[in-house]
Design a protein around this ligand. Structure first.
Ligand code: IFM
Length: 458
């Protein structure tokens, strides 16, 4: 079942308390979008709008996790995970977007999931917002409006009151950059807006929501070892060639892709390189906002997938950058460069320049064109590239630890194939293959490798 690949890495090389897990997000796996009082999120509306997703696909069923969570926890246990990172569907818990009505059936689902995880010795890490804003709030302006930050605090309060005694890791937001830019500027994600002012407003309000929610969460998290943080997207940026244009652009892409959120969080400022007359006038800043945004977190979550090698700008209004594609590099099915060293470089840099506390890799993984084979011994999926991707990035994580970065955990993206947003089911990132017609979960070779690694058998 396992590929005969030797990556010379073993779990024993990591600190004993290092957390190993896998991650998912509510809309990508849960399905059951109209049961037990859940109302539509922006992703239900967006994915049901013709032309927005691959073949018009949506998350109506996805991995049916809402009904199959016990089977999924059994899969996690089989893999040997220490922790599971999942997100809460806001409109399942607060169907009106606000505290007015708390949907206890929705909350019960997460309550049962947490109990099932703990019964299997798996620690819950909960993301409060992974992109599925209630549509009712979008109709009032969504993240463009400051009021949404208060509603987010209400969600945080309701969820942490109920689960705060059992959850180990709280993550306010997943990748606010993607919510702001891809959702409001390029329009590739819900709510599908294409307005730079909308994107800047959304980004600022997301960060404000994070800062405002921190004390609310802290008041309710009573598990003694509980911690709260945020997850940012990240990329390792280098110039695509030696030209001045590429070098200047690399600095700007780093500012926009990484520093735009790192700096307000850890330095209480927006990057000074952003032209004063261009960016700041769009920020809906009020006195005290940056102090709120930069309130201390217990940990930082980083999602890392690829390196970015900018050459020149094709269209700045849609943030389309032409990139170098070194022929000697390997690429995933999405054309993302496999560049493990970028992970250790990035971790070192974030540690040195921004945050000296605990860091978790909250997502890392790769999409490949997996093929399910039915054999006499049962179904199999051979995915040696993904095994190599995971092993090499775990190796890079180990390098960073040896270099002094306080890295505390690693979550593979993702537990099993799921609804990959605008790409629908056309991008498979899972440790297990999801056979959509039958809902079977089939552990891929890479999942077997990860499991053997976690059990100290490789
Ligand atoms: O599937 C996404 C996830 O929801 C957020 N981070 C990147 C993943 C892969 O694209």
């Amino acid at each position: 079942m396992l590929d005969n690949q030797d990556f010379s890495i073993s779990r024993n090389q990591f600190p004993a308390d290092f957390v190993w897990g896998a991650a998912t997000a509510a809309y990508q796996v849960e399905g059951s979008v109209d049961v037990d009082g859940r109302t539509p999120s922006i992703w239900d509306v967006f994915s049901h709008t013709p032309g927005k997703t691959y073949q018009g696909q949506n998350g109506d069923i996805a991995g049916d996790h809402y009904r199959r969570y016990k089977e999924d926890v059994a899969l996690m246990r089989q893999l040997g995970l220490d922790a599971y990172r999942f997100s809460v569907s806001w409109p399942r818990v607060l169907p009106e977007g606000r505290r007015g009505i708390v949907n206890h059936k929705g909350l019960d689902f997460y309550d049962k999931l947490v109990d099932e995880l703990l019964a299997n010795n798996i620690d819950p890490f909960v993301t409060l917002y992974h992109w599925d804003l209630p549509q009712v709030l979008q109709e009032k302006g969504g993240w463009k409006e400051r009021a949404t930050t208060e509603y987010f605090c209400e969600l945080a309060d309701v969820v942490t009151r109920r689960l705060g005694d059992r959850v180990k890791g709280w993550i306010t937001l997943n990748e606010p950059w993607v919510s702001a830019v891809t959702g409001h500027i390029t329009g590739e994600h819900a709510p599908g807006e294409t307005d730079i002012i909308a994107g800047v407003r959304a980004g600022h309000h997301l960060m404000l929501a994070h800062g405002l929610a921190l004390p609310v969460i802290r008041d309710n998290m009573t598990r003694p070892d509980a911690q709260v943080g945020i997850t940012l997207s990240s990329t390792y940026v280098e110039p695509g060639n030696d030209s001045t244009e590429a070098k200047d652009l690399a600095l700007l892409v780093d500012v926009i892709s990484n520093r735009l959120f790192l700096e307000p969080l850890f330095k209480g400022q927006y990057p000074k390189e952003l032209p004063d007359n261009f960016f700041l006038p769009m920020v809906p800043m009020e006195p005290g906002d940056l102090e709120i945004i930069s309130r201390p977190v217990d940990f930082l979550g980083l999602n890392y997938y690829f390196r970015t090698l900018p050459l020149n700008v094709e269209d700045f209004s849609t943030y389309t950058i032409r990139q170098a594609k070194p022929p000697e590099s390997q690429y995933t099915a999405l054309g993302w460069e496999v560049y493990p060293r970028g992970l250790s470089e990035l971790l070192n840099r974030v540690y040195k320049d921004y945050f000296q506390g605990p860091i978790y890799i909250t997502e890392n993984g790769a999409a490949y064109e997996d093929v399910l084979e039915e054999t006499k011994e049962g179904p199999v999926v051979h995915d040696p590239e993904r095994t190599a991707y995971l092993a090499q990035h775990i190796g890079a994580a180990l390098d960073a630890i040896k270099e002094g970065v306080p890295l505390k955990g690693y979550f593979a993206w993702t537990l099993y194939d799921n609804f990959e947003w605008a790409l629908g089911t056309n991008a498979r990132f899972g440790l297990a293959y999801l056979d959509y017609p039958t809902q079977r979960r089939i552990i891929k070779d890479s999942g077997h490798w990860y499991s053997q690694f976690l059990k100290n058998k490789v």
